[in-house]
Design a protein around this ligand. Structure first.
Ligand code: 13P
Length: 251
């Protein structure tokens, strides 16, 4: 069975003092999270070191929101997979729709990032999802299929077991509009069936598929009850420790 996981994506929010306060709150409340649920925070890279110092005893994974698609070199301002790994981080987000949209990240670069993450012992949390236009046109499953095929499904069976997938419909991110449990389950099931076709059912059932998009303490439990939803990638609601922990308790 896939691991239950709830990750917070802080995006570009909070100054250092606010970040440390939130980290201390999460550290204090983490004992309320059931043992079989893994939680984690993707802080801005500049706070990863603080996060790793404040969050004790390993219950909370710490990860970056991005890595660069080259291993090292003259890329001013960028952060490499090796740097993130050397801090002892656990994961990195890859291909968030905001990165695709505002920074023009393409599928080829995302494929390189997936490879670099795995080579550097980081779990790639690979994000996929369709725009409102694509949903309305009915093409959304094809969109998700090509995002996965072009950046993730080149991995062999052994490597793909080390990834996490996050389905994040763009129209539900930060909008307060959540995909209904049925809408989300349809896509999660589709992703699981792609994994079964490409690999096998055993591998497909091991890979955690998280839902992201206005997930909050009120709607999390209905979403997490769906067969193929193994947890969440939480934006806005992860900026308050009580909300974040409440979501992690919603299975
Ligand atoms: P919101 O939870 O704020 O909609 O953000 C979702 C998201 O983008 C997580 O990566």
């Amino acid at each position: 069975m896939a691991q239950k996981i709830v990750l917070g994506n802080w995006k570009m929010n909070l100054n250092l003092f606010q970040a440390e306060e939130l980290l201390n709150d999460v550290d204090r409340l983490k004992k309320e999270v059931p043992k079989d649920v893994q939680i984690g925070v993707a802080t801005p890279s500049i706070y990863l070191h603080s996060a790793l110092n404040i969050l004790t005893e390993g219950k909370v994974w710490v990860g970056s929101q991005n890595i660069y698609h080259e291993p090292n070199g003259a890329y001013t301002g960028e952060v490499s997979a090796d740097m993130v790994n050397s801090l002892a981080c656990h994961f990195t987000l890859i291909g968030h729709s905001e990165r695709r949209q505002y920074f023009n990240e393409n599928n080829e670069q995302l494929k390189a990032k997936v490879n670099l993450a795995l080579e550097n012992d980081l779990i790639p949390v690979f994000c996929c999802g369709e725009s409102l236009e694509q949903r309305k046109s009915g093409d959304y499953l094809e969109v998700i299929k090509s995002q996965l095929e072009e950046s993730l499904l080149h991995l062999d069976k052994g490597s793909v077991k080390g990834v996490v997938i996050a389905y994040e419909p763009i129209w539900a991110i930060g909008t307060g509009e959540t995909a209904s449990a049925d809408q989300a389950q349809e896509v999660h099931q589709f992703i699981r069936s792609l994994l079964t076709q490409k690999y096998d059912a055993e591998v497909a059932n091991l890979i955690s598929i998280l839902y992201g998009g206005s997930c909050n303490p009120t709607n999390a439990s209905e979403l997490f009850q769906q067969n193929d939803i193994d947890g969440g990638l939480i934006g806005g609601a992860s900026l308050k420790a009580t909300n974040f922990i409440e979501i992690a308790k919603s299975f």
